[in-house]
Design a protein around this ligand. Sequence first.
Ligand code: MRU
Length: 337
Amino acid sequence: MKINVDGEERKFRSVWFEKDEVVLIEQRNLPEKIEFYRAKNSDDIAYAIKHMVVRGAPAIGVTAAYGLALAKIKGENMEEAVEKIRKTRPTAYDLFKAIDFMKSSGFDIHAAERYSQEVSGRCKKIGEYGNVLIADGSKILTHCNAGALAVVDWGTALAPMRYAKESGKNIFVFVDETRPRLQGAKLTAWELEQEGIDHAIIADNAAGYFMKKGDVNLAIVGADRICANGDFANKIGTYEKAVLAKENGIPFYVAAPGTTFDFNLKTGDEIPIEERDQEEVLVVNGKKIGPENSKARNPAFDVTPNRYVSGYITEYGIFRPDQLGDLKRKVQSDLFM
Ligand code: MRU
């Protein structure tokens, strides 16, 4: 991804391995500061995933892969390292996929590098395929951050937008702010700004207004886990956007690599949903917003039923919900998977 550092454009990945450290862009400080978090062992990796220094399903997977290679290099007890990392966040399937991949590769650093390259290459393909859905002049709605920060490079939902921009199309992106952690307002808007893609941040509850007015032609979101029947978990608020898109006749696409598909789960009811600390809802800019004794609920994800999805944009092409059997065959015959 392109990042402008002190007036100079530089290329970055959201996570990489360097001299026995895993380096992450410190996503909690964006867009104010571009800083880096250096993980020196599996404790640092587990902290980074749990506390969202790094977030986004594919990026969590890549961080876990590098983290396990790091643990092996540092001579840690690998069973403990695996358990620590596995327990960080429950919803994104990529985490578990990456752990299994690293286990079967002997926690080798070259395997982690391969995992990272594969994920980023696959998301580039998502960009190529998804670009065909974007007409010149499209106004696209997205939720949360499914950009390069959430992968390693390219992004999932943002990859087709990057491609569209590069192929000379004029596009506009409505960025849901994505309460409570504001991944849309802070991270997606920042990525779009770096790429020079025209956009506006909207309050989460404004999406229906713009859809009904006819201002949105297309919605593309990422996913944390997609089941065999196509039900999928993504950032809280995705479900209502999908329902609104259907109500207003707007195509609604989910962009994700094969590493996010969990064909072991039949329906979305089986997806474990993370509930995070209520302080994320109750405290804004360090200040408590509600009455002293009010509690909050803070589910981090919701599940959207397959009937709201126009198609899944993957590295194998675009599939409608009724074509997921074909996709499953492709994933299962893919040697990397
Ligand atoms: O809680 P987060 O920020 O990790 O949630 C991220 C999302 O919900 C993304 O949309 C999803 O992981 C897809 S990332 C390409």
